[in-house]
Design a protein around this ligand. Structure first.
Ligand SMILES: [Zn+2]
Length: 148
């Protein structure tokens, strides 16, 4: 995983330069109709880091194609300038390179309800899955993109 210093070097410090960060990196993605029809939990628009748009779209379509998309019952956010849960570091949500899904079913340090097939799609495309983290930081709702 990238360090906080590496992420700040790439995107800047969102606490200090929020507007510059948003102008350079953030876009409002209109979620395609085919994805919204298959996964009604997805919102019409997601404000995200442009670097995750293609991977996210690819991942959602792959989930649909193998028939595990119905596991997604809630979309729980992407961009949020905040600290990590249980830590003083900056969350990757502050750079909008992570999304949370099914938060109520997959709470921080709690159980993970995804099927293996579902999580494997995210891994194969290159996401870091909070479901794979050790017990102290396990975060099943969390999918993070760092391939840049
Ligand atoms: Zn998260």
């Amino acid at each position: 995983m990238k360090t906080q210093a590496q992420l700040i070097a790439k995107f800047g410090d969102p606490y200090k330069n929020r507007l510059a960060f948003e102008k350079t990196w953030m876009i409002l993605w209109e979620v395609p109709q085919d994805i919204r029809e298959a996964i009604p939990a997805m919102p019409k628009k997601i404000y995200l880091n442009r670097l995750i748009l293609i991977p996210l779209q690819t991942t959602l379509r792959k989930l649909i194609s193998i028939g595990v998309h119905a596991e997604i019952v809630s979309y729980d956010g992407c961009f949020n300038i905040r600290s990590k849960r249980g830590s003083s570091g900056i969350s990757t949500h502050a750079w909008a390179i992570a999304i949370d899904l099914n938060a109520a079913l997959n709470p921080f340090r709690g159980k993970v309800t995804w099927s293996d097939e579902f999580v494997q799609v995210w891994r194969d495309i290159g996401w870091i899955c909070g479901a794979d983290w050790s017990a102290a930081s396990k975060d099943g709702m969390h999918f993070q993109w760092e391939n840049f």
